[in-house]
Design a protein around this ligand. Structure first.
Ligand code: HEC
Ligand SMILES: [Cu+2]
Length: 361
């Protein structure tokens, strides 16, 4: 064999070796970075956290199992024919046309397989949508560009990014969009559902395991579609009640001097778009900030504000929202105002606003 003929095989081996060597290095790339998007444990439909998702994953195994049997059967017959009827010694192939029995078999057998699959699928669809026992918790979910709003009408709560739900109680979601179409999907909890403008969709689920379930908009909805993430925080019934009680409270009046100045700056500059319960800020364009400091992350699940990141990343966002998330309708408050020739907010003013926001637990 000449070297030439070995070249493709050689290229394949070298390519594979590179992939094996380079991929893990890329995956482990670097230190945790404070301004990098928050990472969720990759949510898998094969790790279900609700009864409905469990049934969907079981359907996946049934479909995959049947597909494997078909694959092995067809490939087995093919291999058998290649070996058993190989043309050795070479002779003229026999020519013939049509075989009614064979054609009937390969029409009827796949048809039966498809009907069986349809049966399993219809059963799962009916069971996933069946009414659930118990008083449901109602949540209105609104898709915005590019963040998710969660309203709890029975509690008077409006929040964003993190949807708290109690384990073991049916959750009844009314899903809507205030702009383009978005897709609401927590792979471990329920199937995808579209959020459409002007046409509310309904979805129910019941979480069986407590935990944080990563989720993501799944409908291409504009520039920051990939940065339109959220999580479903499933907690015990009592933890849910204390969360909900804390969220219904009005924001406490600021006490430190910086926070008092910050609140005034906030009401002047941010109230057109943001609301803080108990103040004059009642805008509804951006997330409700009454308890913003109680969240783990902001801006559609991209900036962590946990622990020591709270102050830094709130400041970063207010200064450079459009650089962190280009296309957002939140202004950059470091932009130069052409009439005063100064930044819209001075560094001192941003510090004050942050001092105020961190009191909104
Ligand atoms: C023109 C409307 C507008 C103005 C004015 C505005 N914001 Fe925003 N803000 C938004 C929008 C929209 C978002 C959501 C962005 C996203 O997640 O894609 C947002 C997000 C935020 C968030 C993150 C909240 C969360 O839970 O994700 C904070 C904090 C915030 N704004 C603070 C401020 C402050 C402080 C001011 C005033 C100095 C301000 N905003 C002025 C529109 C505005
Ligand atoms: Cu979206």
């Amino acid at each position: 064999m000449t070297i030439r003929r070995l070249l493709p095989a050689l290229a394949l081996v070298v390519g594979l070796a590179l992939v094996v060597a380079v991929l893990p290095a890329l995956a482990q790339d670097g230190q945790p970075c404070p301004t990098c998007p928050v990472t969720f444990e990759t949510p898998s439909i094969l790790d279900p956290g609700s009864k409905g998702a469990l049934e969907i994953s079981q359907l996946f195994y049934v479909v995959t199992g049947i597909a494997i049997v078909v694959f092995v059967g067809v490939e087995g017959l093919l291999l058998y024919s290649i070996l058993r009827f190989r043309n050795r010694p070479a002779s003229e192939a026999q020519q013939f046309h049509g075989n009614t029995k064979l054609e009937l078999v390969w029409t009827i057998v796949p048809a039966i397989i498809l009907v069986v699959l349809l049966g399993f699928t219809l059963r799962t669809m009916a069971s996933v949508r069946a009414p659930m026992e118990g008083e449901p918790l109602k949540v209105k979910v609104i898709g915005h560009q590019w963040w998710w709003e969660f309203q709890y009408p029975d509690w008077g709560i409006k929040t964003a990014n993190q949807m708290y739900v109690p384990v073991g109680r049916p959750i009844q979601v009314e899903l809507i969009s205030d702009n383009v179409q978005h897709g609401f999907w927590a792979p471990q909890l329920f199937g995808k559902m579209d959020a459409l403008p002007g046409h509310p969709n309904k979805l129910s689920f019941l979480v069986s395991e407590p935990g944080q379930y990563g989720a993501q908009c799944t409908q291409m909805c504009g520039e920051q579609h990939a940065m339109m993430r959220f999580s479903i925080e499933a907690v015990s019934a009592s933890e849910f009640s204390s969360w909900a009680l804390a969220q219904t409270a009005e924001a406490p009046a600021p006490t430190t001097e910086a926070a008092i100045r910050g609140q005034a700056t906030f009401v002047r500059n941010c109230a057109a778009c943001h609301a803080v319960k108990g103040t004059d800020a009642q805008g509804g364009v951006g997330p409700n900030l009454t308890h913003v400091a109680s969240r783990d992350y902001i801006a559609g699940g991209i900036l962590s504000i946990e622990g020591s990141l709270l102050t830094d990343n709130l400041g970063l966002w207010i200064y450079h929202a459009k650089e962190v998330k280009s296309g957002t309708s939140m202004p950059n408050f470091s932009d130069i105002n052409p009439t005063t020739n100064k930044p819209t907010l001075s560094a001192q003013e941003v510090d004050d606003v942050v001092a105020y926001l961190i009191t909104l637990k």
